[in-house]
Design a protein around this ligand. Structure first.
Ligand SMILES: Cc1cc2nc3c(=O)[nH]c(=O)nc-3n(C[C@H](O)[C@H](O)[C@H](O)COP(=O)(O)OP(=O)(O)OC[C@H]3O[C@@H](n4cnc5c(N)ncnc54)[C@H](O)[C@@H]3O)c2cc1C
Ligand code: FES
Length: 251
């Protein structure tokens, strides 16, 4: 884990209450999908955890939804402003566990960003992922352009499906309604999103890995503030997670 200063290069609204932030600075070369950064915000004691959506050696892409004071302050940051980050944090997804199965990446709301990073890793591996994005309504939809850009950069196809609860865009319903029957059995699921979505996916026979959320303080395993019980003992979501195997999660 490192502490680094980054400069805001872009901070734009991409959907209702949702922003994309590009930060320039020394990223390094050791980030994996599912890991997050802890964002220092002036005037706030606790940093705010945000997943890495994309990265290269000198640039980091984050997407965040404004839900409270910290994310509202982030939305007000202008280009050139300096942000201090702790990175990379958390364990990230283990792609190799999917074996030869069809990989299915599922993001609900602000669970979409880690799936962008993961889709890029699978494209680099030479795999064509299924990607399913779930939102409440059309005004909240974001990220499609990011996946389309990945397709053109890597020259590989992503089977991209979007579902909205109110049916205003894409498939009418939840991410489960966008899954094919055979995928519920034989696919390998990588998911991040609200707990009810993860729980519903947890009931499917397919194996997978889910990224969980918890209120965090330190973000690197020192305070035990994010501990949760699993079938394999208690785990710190920030350090032993946020990604857990589907079968070890206690709902
Ligand atoms: C590993 C991890 C990765 C995350 N990645 C992203 C991301 O990529 N994009 C994004 O928009 N958000 C992400 N989040 C959630 C984000 O950290 C919180 O929304 C943010 O910290 C809220 O800060 P705030 O000061 O704006 O809100 P606060 O004023 O702290 O809280 C506002 C409301 O949000 C709820 N809330 C705050 N933090 C969390 C949390 N961690 N889990 C559940 N509810 C919370 C509070 O209960 C309250 O109702 C992630 C969280 C974790 C743990
Ligand atoms: S937030 Fe401190 S141990 Fe997880």
């Amino acid at each position: 884990m490192r502490k680094e200063c980054f400069v805001v290069d872009e901070n734009v609204k991409v959907a209702a209450d949702t922003y994309k932030m590009i930060l320039k600075g020394k990223v390094g070369d050791d980030i994996r999908a599912g890991q997050f950064v802890n964002v220092g915000i002036e005037g706030l004691y606790l940093r705010r955890p945000i997943s890495v959506a994309g990265w290269n050696r000198d640039s980091l892409t984050l997407y965040y939804k404004t839900v409270g004071k910290g994310t509202a302050l982030m939305a007000g940051m202008g280009c050139g402003e300096v942000v201090e980050l702790l990175l990379p944090l958390g364990n990230g997804f283990s792609r190799e566990l999917a074996g030869d199965k069809q990989v299915i990446l599922i993001g609900g709301g602000v669970g979409v960003p880690p799936m962008m990073c993961l889709a890029e890793e699978f494209l680099k591996d030479g795999k064509n992922p299924v990607v399913i994005l779930g939102f409440n309504s059309k005004d909240q939809v974001f990220g499609e352009d990011g996946f389309q850009e990945l397709e053109s950069v890597y020259g590989r196809k992503i089977d991209l499906r979007v579902a909205t609860m109110d049916g205003s865009y894409g498939v009418h319903g939840t991410v489960l309604d966008a899954l094919k029957e055979e995928e519920k059995d034989s696919g390998y699921l990588f998911a991040c999103g609200p707990k009810p979505m993860l729980k519903a996916l947890g009931d499917l026979p397919a194996k997978g890995q889910f990224s969980l959320e918890a209120r965090m303080a330190c973000g690197f395993g020192a305070c035990m503030g994010c501990t949760c019980e699993t079938k394999t003992g208690s785990k710190r979501i920030c350090k032993d997670g946020p990604v857990l195997l589907k079968e070890e999660i206690k709902w």
